[in-house]
Design a protein around this ligand. Structure first.
Ligand SMILES: Nc1ncnc2c1ncn2[C@@H]1O[C@H](COP(=O)(O)OP(=O)(O)OP(=O)(O)O)[C@@H](O)[C@H]1O
Ligand SMILES: [Mg+2]
Length: 209
């Protein structure tokens, strides 16, 4: 309890909102026990996974680009924190290996060219996916699910201000994109365009032209 009072409030600074989820993730990371979390929902899933490996040493993989390099990295580094983005896009054979690993800590893969047979004890797996039905039921059941709800208009504006922190008109851009039914990526790309348009103006101002 006392420890709780003095918890370091660091990590995930570049993620606006979702304070309750940040808290759950930090607790899972700091816990002795094995927690496996699966991020699902609208936005910020990748941001959370990247935040996790910033908070604690670990590895990040993109499941839509799965190769045996994953096995090489796991074998070489034996990480205790493993983040897998786009888990639903990972081929079934890798998903089955992951399930086996989450049950036993054991990775055993026999291939024509290489043979993997090693253990990592007490690893925590954090993953993100869009289509949970693409995961086997057994694999789904290994995770505690964290649903990132869609933004309300107010939250969308707050995220817009966060991602365009150097633009005074961030909330105006956010509001316009919200009204058009766009997403945060649209806010970011419009912000970049605006910045590009502003740079020549500023440099003209200071070059005396
Ligand atoms: N709460 C937030 N705080 C800060 N930036 C955010 C937030 N939500 C979204 N973004 C920004 O929006 C973009 C998309 O976020 P992210 O890539 O994490 O989404 P995702 O859930 O992984 O999406 P996808 O399902 O397409 O993989 C990123 O550039 C990110 O910086
Ligand atoms: Mg993503």
């Amino acid at each position: 309890m006392i420890l709780d009072l003095f918890r370091k409030e660091v990590g995930f600074e570049n993620i606006q909102g979702y304070d309750d989820i940040k808290d759950i993730v930090k607790r899972a990371l700091d816990a002795e026990d094995n927690y496996n979390l699966l991020f699902i929902g609208a936005s910020a899933k990748t941001l959370f996974l990247l935040g996790i490996i910033e908070y604690k040493k670990g590895v990040y993989f993109d499941g839509s680009n799965t190769t045996n390099r994953i096995l090489d990295v796991l074998e070489e580094h034996r990480p205790k924190i493993i983040c897998i983005d786009e888990l639903d896009k990972m081929p079934r054979q890798f998903q089955d290996k992951l399930l086996n690993f989450m049950e036993s800590g054991h990775i055993k893969v026999d291939q024509m060219r290489k043979h993997y047979d090693f253990k990592i004890k007490g690893a925590k797996v954090f993953a993100a996916c869009n289509e949970i039905t693409r995961l086997s039921r057994a694999l789904q059941s290994r995770f505690r699910r964290l649903h990132l709800p869609s933004y309300t208009e107010q939250q969308f504006l707050e995220v817009s201000i966060k991602v365009l922190s150097n633009l005074k008109i961030a909330s105006v851009i956010g509001k316009a994109v919200w009204d058009q039914g766009g997403d945060i990526r649209d806010v970011i790309s419009i912000g970049k365009l605006v910045e590009r348009m502003m740079v020549p103006k500023i440099s003209r101002r200071y070059s005396g032209q």
